[in-house]
Design a protein around this ligand. Structure first.
Ligand SMILES: [Zn+2]
Length: 186
């Protein structure tokens, strides 16, 4: 996989930089897909609020539990997207980009009293995006005619999914609305 990753990143980066500026809009998420047979890369970027209801570092036990649960869900690619079985794709990599800065995670902070004032941290972390990437190798990528996106059902906070596709047929833009789970691959 070492050779593959840089190629896919090169393909993805122009898309991400094109949409990255100021895209943090609650209710909107972004899916970028690059199909370069036999490789398929899908990256999903969303305001954290769409997925878990908050964007600060988890503070309460409930928030910590929700955040842990979300990370576990994201590790299971099938929870977000499902590929046609005929394409015979195998997941080669999952990369979850942490939305929180790692700098202030010492225990004294996370275990402090309820009265502890977190507001100064929150001001730096008003908004946070979550990004996850899934990389596949597909034995018969000609069968990749459509994807199912159960993420649109699991995360109703995503009201609109902006989709950019790069496939052997070119670059395509698409949009899914809340509850729509079928994505055609041109
Ligand atoms: Zn936000």
């Amino acid at each position: 996989m070492r050779l593959i990753t840089p190629l896919l990143l090169c393909a993805l980066l122009p898309l991400q930089t094109a949409v990255a500026a100021g895209v943090h809009q609650h209710g909107v998420a972004q899916l970028d897909l690059v199909l370069d047979p036999p490789m398929l890369a899908v990256s999903i970027r969303s305001p954290l609020a769409n997925l878990v209801g908050f964007e600060h570092r988890p503070m309460s036990e409930q928030e910590q539990a929700d955040w842990t649960s979300l990370q576990q869900q994201l590790q299971q690619a099938g929870h977000l997207l499902q590929l046609p079985a005929a394409a015979d794709c195998s997941l080669s990599k999952v990369a979850l980009h942490q939305p929180f800065k790692e700098t202030d995670t010492h225990d004294a902070h996370s275990h402090s009293h309820d009265q502890h004032d977190h507001s100064s941290d929150d001001e730096y972390q008003e908004h946070a995006d979550l990004m996850v990437e899934y990389h596949y190798l597909c034995a018969d990528s000609a069968q990749l005619k459509q994807l199912q996106l159960p993420l649109m059902k699991h995360y109703p906070g995503i009201e609109r999914l902006d989709v950019q596709l790069i496939t052997p047929s070119g670059q395509h833009l698409s949009q899914l609305r809340q509850g729509e789970t079928l994505l055609e691959l041109p």
